[in-house]
Design a binder for this molecule. Structure first.
Ligand SMILES: [Fe+2]
Ligand SMILES: [Fe+2]
Length: 186
């Protein structure tokens, strides 16, 4: 459970202020969708929800410091940079939260590796991966900024690289229904 002294609204406002310089029309709704989905997943899982909620807010914060073109190739070139820069920023932001050193370190670690899909294995890593992925295809909460060929590349990559990596039962259920709706809307 989240401690009473975690002021989520204040933290969300702070993060949104930073995400305004991230990927236009994407980073704010995608991040809020990722937070929504981590809470849905945690409803059926044990674990440190506060760590995962904070990691969900912060996971893509690095895009606000990375130079890139806002298309498929540009965003892919920015991938490792957004994790490295995001981890440094996350390290600063978590200092103001009511968290232990261990919790802070875990959040920073999750931000630093969240898109290295091949190495994700711990429960926290998998849960953040699933929430991040659901937050990419949840068309009720996030409108895709990829157009035409880029949209096709995104859907193809999502199907091949992300769907097979879902591990929780709830995550598998959610991804199937969101995926069908995202495809229909293509
Ligand atoms: Fe990311
Ligand atoms: Fe993300």
């Amino acid at each position: 459970m989240e401690p009473k002294d975690f002021d989520e609204k204040k933290f969300r406002d702070r993060v949104i202020g930073i995400l305004e310089s991230g990927r236009p029309e994407w980073d704010i709704p995608h991040t809020l969708a990722t937070v929504y989905w981590i809470k849905e997943l945690m409803a059926g899982e044990s674990g440190d929800e506060l760590v995962l909620v904070c990691a969900a807010y912060l996971h893509d914060i690095g895009y606000s410091l990375v130079e890139f073109t806002n298309d498929w190739d540009g965003i892919h070139q920015a991938k490792s940079d957004h994790m490295a820069k995001g981890a440094v920023m996350a390290g600063e932001l978590v200092k103001d939260l009511p968290l232990s050193q261990g919790q802070q370190k875990e959040i920073v670690r999750l931000v630093a590796i969240h898109d290295k899909l091949e190495i994700l294995s711990t429960k926290n890593e998998i849960l953040l991966f699933e929430a991040d992925s659901l937050g990419q295809i949840d068309i009720e909460r996030v409108k895709s900024t990829f157009k035409g060929k880029d949209r096709e590349k995104f859907l193809d990559s999502f199907q091949k690289r992300r769907i097979p990596r879902f591990r929780t039962e709830a995550g598998k259920r959610f991804v199937v229904s969101l995926w069908l709706r995202a495809k229909e809307n293509c």
